[in-house]
Design a protein around this ligand. Structure first.
Ligand SMILES: [Mg+2]
Length: 174
């Protein structure tokens, strides 16, 4: 195969949802909240959890974290696709991005394929914008997974699926 053929090949990308897939956030009473409800300043409590100014905590999902690490070790392209944007504030103050930064994960995601949008965002629209890529979306929400698969270049799987990493690796044909 020559280099021209390589360039035209469809590129496989593993896309991670953020809230309740990459991490779980809870308020100080342990009620589940969205990452966008975390209040700055954020701080790293330990390697796997970030705290905020009002006693809420965001915990990294070890399953998603180790999958992301192994994919990056194998030099695969990963991105995040989230509808957890806080309305009306700049990129710099978006809690979800701040959390990824705190965990030291933000740089692992391809910025040109990653997106943080508002609640009404349809993930299929994002995938359709990148027709030369094929995506596997990992997402906790069945409604979101169904919607995302409206894009013909996306397959969506549940973060809590048994043998998830095996499924991802098979899809990537490693
Ligand atoms: Mg989610």
């Amino acid at each position: 195969m020559n280099s021209d053929q390589n360039v035209s090949e469809v590129k496989k990308v593993v896309a991670f949802d953020l809230d309740r897939t990459m991490f779980f956030c809870k308020d100080k009473f342990a009620n589940p909240i969205w990452a966008k409800q975390m209040v700055a300043p954020l701080y790293l409590r330990d390697q796997g959890s970030v705290g905020d100014d009002v006693g809420s905590v965001c915990e990294l999902n070890p399953v998603a974290w180790s999958l992301l690490q192994s994919l990056k070790d194998m030099e695969h392209v990963c991105c995040f696709v989230s509808s957890g944007r806080y309305f009306g504030i700049s990129e710099q103050f978006q809690p979800s991005l701040g959390i990824l930064k705190m965990f030291g994960l933000l740089h692992l995601f391809d910025p040109s394929l990653s997106v943080l949008e508002y609640k009404t965002f349809e993930k299929s629209q994002h995938f359709l914008k990148h027709p030369n890529h094929s995506f596997m979306l990992i997402d906790d929400n069945p409604t979101v997974r169904r919607e995302a698969e409206q894009a013909n270049n996306c397959v969506a799987v549940d973060i809590s699926e048994t043998h998830l990493s095996l499924r991802v690796i098979k899809w990537l044909e490693i």
